[in-house]
Design a protein. Structure first.
Length: 206
């Protein structure tokens, strides 16, 4: 089996140039790209998350690792058939995007086409994008207790536009819980980016 340890280390240490070179090398060697994501890139970001949780890493290290991971994903995500289309964004009033970016990258690695609307995304922007891109999933991120209510407002706006039944809503972010997802009628919740991929696959197969 291929040894992915060098790429794992490059991502965890936030070395984007090294991560890019190694990914190019693996692609040239025809490695199984799905395995590369599953056995190396996702575990590397989980390790980064673990270090962040226990205060070994802080936001700068998180951002560097995120950038290194994105370099790999850029090279990988261009190939292969897409399994579904996701519109993702951080909700209105909220500027946090590190977790949202991780979720977007993981979904791309999982074979989804991802339309990233960025941060501070108003309900009508989500609606416009879903219509324009014919997306099946809306993924929303919120990090503030004051902005999580914008998730409910977005789902309500889809109801008012008569589009609620055309899309599945996935939500996440530090203050979000399964209970909250149930309360606002979202279709799924995950507390991490790896879980977001299986969640997206699950809601599409329902
Ligand atoms: C980094 C950070 C910032 C950065 C953001 C930089 C950026 N580009 O994102 C900056 C400095 C800009 C910032 C600003 C503010 N922040 Co801030 N910030 C944080 C901090 C330290 C880390 C957040 C983070 O990136 N975590 C790491 C990522 C990987 O985790 P995550 O986002 O939770 O994502 C994971 C999961 O939740 C999940 N997930 C996330 N989204 C989604 C979506 C879906 C669909 C799914 C399935 C899963 C999923 O998967 C992700 C990966 O595993 C947190 C503290 C904390 N520990 O959470 C405070 C925190 C969120 N911030 C806070 C506050 C108060 C603010 C400010 C109001 C501060 C101020 N007074 O100006 C402003 C608000 C600006 C705004 N309007 O948004 C508070 C929120 C308190 C609350 N209960 O509401 C926190 C909790 C800090 C605290 N303890 O007080 N912040």
């Amino acid at each position: 089996m291929q040894n992915f340890q060098p790429l794992f280390d490059a991502i965890v240490s936030g070395n984007a140039a090294e991560a890019r070179t190694l990914t190019q090398k693996y692609i040239a060697e025809n490695v199984n790209q799905e395995l590369l994501v599953k056995d190396c890139i996702i575990p590397a970001m989980s390790e980064v998350g673990r270090r962040f949780e226990c205060n070994e890493y802080f936001v700068p290290e998180l951002l560097l690792a995120n950038r290194a991971m994105k370099e790999c994903m850029k090279l990988l995500s261009s190939s292969g058939p897409k399994v579904g289309r996701v519109v993702i964004g951080t909700v209105k009033g909220d500027l946090h995007d590190i977790g949202k970016n991780l979720v977007a990258a993981m979904l791309e690695g999982g074979g989804f086409e991802v339309v990233d609307l960025g941060v501070n995304v108003a309900p009508e922007k989500f609606i416009e994008a879903v219509k324009a891109k014919n997306a099946q999933i809306v993924a929303m991120s919120a990090l503030l207790t004051t902005t999580m209510t914008a998730m409910q407002a977005t789902i309500d706006a889809f109801k008012q536009a008569g589009l609620r039944d055309q899309v599945k809503f996935l939500i996440g972010g530090a203050p979000i819980t399964q209970k909250y997802a149930d309360e606002i009628g979202a279709d799924g919740y995950s507390d991490n980016a790896v879980g977001a991929v299986s969640l997206a696959q699950k809601v599409l197969s329902r």
